[in-house]
Design a protein around this ligand. Structure first.
Ligand code: ADP
Ligand code: MG
Length: 465
């Protein structure tokens, strides 16, 4: 029966954004199971309520698709003792470095202060990703300022900038840095109440709390229940007036209580479309630090660090070659290295320069600047056999809307075109539509959805010819 759940989980992974999957489904464990009912253990009642409202149907569908009978039931059992999924403690100086894939032993969960009753919002753990620490963040000229400011934000001794606003393009390490702030803070003080949340999740929770008359608990959690608030991808709040209003008050409460706030965004504060002026001005009260695409030497250093972490043998000439080929995005750089390692393992060949060139022939860019929005739109239309007019239309049929999202993603990724401009170039769409399309495809790629990964690779090959 555990196996049924595992299979259903795989199925669900392909259907949800990585964000939602990691937040709501991957923490679940099987409590009990028989032929008629599966009982999943959840960390608290809030989780159970949320799952019930938002994911139960999807979960049941997935279980039935894996052979569960139509009458099958899913229950949730609340266990406050479920240990946090993520917790952090800094390693003592000189301790041997653990491989990132083997998490260090979990320290006991931080005690909940008695003044803070464990309401449904007191999800255990900080929401941090254990892989993203300062230890494995490579510093170079492109991210030096953001790194130094993040280190300071995590420290109780140094001068801190509050808020710290980190902005930079996709895949350049913003989420990594902001998680590292949380880990460092917890390492120095395990009782520190660190809360990492994406703006998307903040929005979802806020809406849910409103609908379910739980707004007081929501406010308690965000305004009084945390010492460090790490809010990722604040550009998600673009155009969401009510959530912005809520965040504005959250910000004020925390700021006036001298709590550290770190915010990330993929654009400079003023360039976030439809963001309230008073929030933009608050973002600038502290320090605004950017992350640029890394220079060649930093790219090489990142590749080497990654290879060491994942125990991949990487010769200098291959590292140089990869760093020359993939320039603008660290996530892509890592992905290229991992794909290469997998290909070499399958072919039982060492990763030498010849093999790397052969394996990457298809993805070598002709010239990064030569590609235009039209090139990408045409290549996507070719791949999916649809008309350009449909790609730019407002038709919502999936046969058209999905390729449209892929095209928007590729334009943003390869050309860095702004969201509003992309909206124009795709037949007058709202920038928030473009943003959510890009996020959706990015999530599918990160969760390694095969259909999307194959499509994107094939289209990129076409573009690079
Ligand atoms: P962003 O949030 O800016 O889109 P992420 O923080 O998700 O980017 O980074 C994408 C990937 O690249 C992550 O796996 C991250 O660990 C890695 N990465 C980015 N910058 C660095 C760096 N300077 N050193 C090591 N890894 C990095
Ligand atoms: Mg990010």
């Amino acid at each position: 029966m555990d196996d049924l759940w595992e299979r259903a989980l795989q199925d669900l992974k392909g259907k949800l954004s990585t964000e939602n999957f990691d937040t709501w489904l991957s923490p679940l464990t099987v409590d009990r199971a028989d032929d008629a009912t599966l009982t999943l253990r959840v960390p608290n009642k809030f989780y159970a309520d949320w799952l019930h409202t938002h994911y139960l149907d999807l979960v049941l569908d997935a279980l039935r698709a894996q052979g569960a009978p139509d009458s099958f039931r899913v229950d949730f059992s609340v266990s406050e003792a479920t240990r946090p999924r993520v917790n952090a403690r800094s390693e003592p100086p000189g301790a041997p470095r653990t491989r990132s894939t083997v998490p260090p032993p979990m320290p006991p969960p931080a005690p909940v202060p008695s003044a803070q009753p464990a309401g449904p919002y007191a999800t255990p753990g900080s929401g941090l990703n254990p892989r993203y620490t300062f230890d494995n963040f490579v510093v170079g000229p492109s991210n030096q300022l953001a790194h130094a400011a993040a280190v300071a934000a995590a420290s109780s001794r140094q001068k801190r900038y509050n808020p710290l606003f980190i902005y930079g393009g996709v895949g350049l390490g913003k989420t990594h840095l902001v998680n590292a702030v949380g880990h460092r803070g917890l390492g120095d003080n395990p009782n520190l109440r660190v809360l990492f949340v994406s703006a998307e999740r903040f929005t979802n929770e806020f809406i849910w709390a409103l609908q379910n008359h739980r707004i007081n608990e929501f406010r308690e959690r965000y305004r009084n229940g945390c010492d460090v608030l790490l809010m990722d991808d604040i550009q998600f709040l673009a155009g969401r007036e009510q959530t912005q209003e809520e965040f504005f008050h959250t910000f004020n409460s925390l700021y006036h209580a001298d709590r550290q706030i770190v915010v990330t965004s993929d654009v400079y504060p003023q360039q976030i479309p439809e963001m309230e002026e008073r929030l933009i001005s608050r973002f600038q009260w502290g320090l605004v630090a950017d992350i640029q695409a890394p220079e060649l030497d930093t790219r090489i250093a990142i590749l080497k660090a990654k290879a060491q972490q994942d125990q991949i043998t990487l010769a200098d000439d291959v590292a140089l070659f990869l760093a020359q080929v993939v320039k603008s995005n660290v996530r892509e750089l890592e992905g290229t290295l991992l794909r290469l390692a997998v290909k070499a393992e399958l072919a039982t060949r060492p990763i030498d320069l010849e093999f790397a060139k052969e394996a990457l022939r298809g993805v070598l860019p002709k010239s990064e600047n030569a590609t235009t929005v039209e090139d990408i739109q045409r290549a996507v239309c070719d791949y999916y056999s649809i008309r350009l007019a449909d790609l730019k239309s407002h038709r919502r049929h999936r046969a058209v809307s999905f390729p449209r999202m892929v095209a928007m993603y590729l334009c943003r990724q390869r050309l860095g075109t702004s969201f509003p401009e992309l909206g124009d170039r795709f037949g007058g769409k709202d920038h928030t539509t473009v943003m959510s399309a890009v996020r959706k495809i990015d999530g599918l790629i990160r969760s390694e959805d095969p259909a999307v990964v194959n499509a994107v690779e094939a289209i990129e090959r076409k573009l690079n010819l």
